[in-house]
Design a protein around this ligand. Sequence first.
Ligand code: SF4
Ligand code: SF4
Length: 147
Amino acid sequence: MRYVVANEDVCIGCRLCEIACVVEHSKTKDIVKAYKFEEKRELPRSHVEEVGPVSLSITCRHCDDPRCVAACITGAMRKGEDGRVTVDIEKCVGCWSCVMACPYGSVGMDKEDRKSVKCDLCGDREIPACVEACPNRALIVVEEEVG
Ligand code: SF4
Ligand code: SF4
């Protein structure tokens, strides 16, 4: 199982992880175009929560037994053989069952398109964009053997 964990001790709440995620999931993967010129700005697949001086990125754990997958009414949310939990946008009907089922608050809502959005570990990227972008190593990739 592979997922990203946050270390709140060194997260400064700069949100560069969110920006990197938006760019990575954009059509052009160009920061200026992604934010200013693309028809629709992508939503970040993780988000930074801040309470006073404490901040950390909330992102998907790609759970072994994902509640979001069990809750999905259309089969849009699935766990692949590579362990990633991803959403098939074509099948998603925006019922938000997965959003309510995730105990970590890791599924976002694209209310404009009525589709759920979540971390996909940046597909084939060896290092997810958020991890690469963090200037403080507050995000790290964890690999765990399952079983
Ligand atoms: S979205 Fe939530 S329930 Fe689903 S795999 Fe990620 S952390 Fe687990
Ligand atoms: S919002 Fe989409 S992915 Fe989530 S449970 Fe509903 S159909 Fe499945």
